[in-house]
Design a protein around this ligand. Structure first.
Ligand code: AMP
Ligand code: TRP
Length: 336
């Protein structure tokens, strides 16, 4: 029998800015799949966030559909959760505009993700206002659905703080409207690091393709990437993020894809070499990704069914979002 769902709502989003990697899966999607059975769950492909850095139209469209397909292929079930594309629900940008009028400029300028992106964008295309206002749009995404919890990776904590402070400010000024969203972070896998540099987060935008494993990588690619992953000096397979960041990152990935504890993994590899461990890790990842990749191929072959799921998701999301937005506008004194 299906579990009885709490009325608590979870909401999360992923940007369609490239194929997803195992960091996205372990840090975010894996939690989404679990939460859909216990919560009122909504998962979004945040294409309006992706355009805060330059996008080629054809690629944006392809990445949007691929990201949604990867949600489904990973096990998110449209009967359990709403899946939709952000730009199909106009209330997001409308609430974002409203929230911009109560967002202190200084808070936006202090955001780590903004500061990082300014550095990379300044050299390439220039920095535009959308990049600064990105966290306000994210707050709108979350608050529109009166969200209780937001499953995310570690890097998004600061953005959730902003969403909370905007909810509080709005509620104080205009009366109780929004709930206070809590971040949900799976500590062990919240920050999967680059396979080439364990001081940097695994990222889709890394120029070195050996630094990440895409969810659609072939078995040969995965073997090669794990084999060439950097390791620390020494040869013991022990988890110690400070002293042995590289092997600890690989152990976290192993742990994320098996149900084993750190201790069990360390015991299993006590007498073994880095090479043994890496061989096994590659096979674990390949085995776990195989059903996801198969399902992705099946979904790609049924475009009509897949697009129907997204349109239906948008319709359901819109009805919730529009109700909140009407409430907001009424409380603020708009003519409605
Ligand atoms: P993004 O690709 O930036 O849209 O991220 C989508 C989700 O994946 C967010 O919840 C991120 O926090 C999470 N995420 C991204 N990169 C990593 C990583 N290297 N390790 C763990 N989680 C990550
Ligand atoms: N900023 C998030 C990221 O880069 C993506 C995102 C946009 C999001 N809106 C959201 C995540 C709302 C959670 C909830 O990963």
């Amino acid at each position: 029998m299906a579990a009885v769902k709490e009325q608590k709502r979870v909401f999360s989003g992923i940007q369609p800015s490239g194929v997803l990697h195992i960091g996205n899966y372990l840090g975010a999607i894996k939690q989404f799949v679990k939460l859909q059975y216990t919560h009122n769950a909504i998962f979004c492909v945040v294409d309006e966030h992706a355009i805060t850095v330059p996008q080629k139209p054809q690629e944006l469209r392809r990445n949007t559909l691929n990201t949604a397909m990867l949600y489904l292929a990973s096990g998110i079930d449209p009967k359990e959760a709403i899946i939709f594309v952000q730009s199909q629900v106009p209330a997001h940008t409308e609430l974002a505009w409203i929230l911009n009028t109560i967002t202190p400029l200084g808070e936006l300028e202090r955001m780590t993700q903004f500061k990082d992106k300014v550095q990379s964008q300044a050299k390439e295309a220039g920095v535009f206002a959308g990049l600064l206002n990105y966290p306000t749009l994210m707050a709108a995404d979350i608050l529109l659905y009166r969200t209780d919890a937001v499953p995310i990776g570690d890097d998004q904590k600061q953005h959730i703080e902003l969403a909370r402070s905007l909810a509080e400010r709005f509620n104080n000024h205009f009366g109780n409207t929004f709930s206070m969203p809590e971040p949900l972070i799976e500590e062990d896998t919240a920050r999967i690091m680059s396979l080439q540099d364990p001081t940097k987060k695994m990222s889709k935008s890394d120029d070195n393709t050996k630094s990440y494993i895409h969810l659609l990588d072939t078995p040969d690619d995965i073997r090669l990437k794990i084999k060439s992953a950097v390791t620390d000096s020494g040869k013991e397979i022990v988890y110690d993020r400070k002293k042995r960041p590289a092997i600890s990152n690989l152990i976290s990935i192993y742990r994320g894809y098996t149900k084993m504890t750190f201790k069990e993994i360390e015991d299993q590899y006590k007498e073994k070499t880095y090479a043994d461990f890496k061989n096994d890790l590659a096979e674990v990842i390949i085995g776990e990704l195989a059903p996801l990749q198969k399902r992705f191929q099946e979904l790609s072959a049924d475009k009509t069914g897949f697009e129907h799921i997204l349109r239906d998701g948008a319709r359901r999301a819109k009805s919730i979002a529009d109700t909140t937005l009407q409430d907001v506008k009424q409380k603020m004194g708009f003519f409605i």
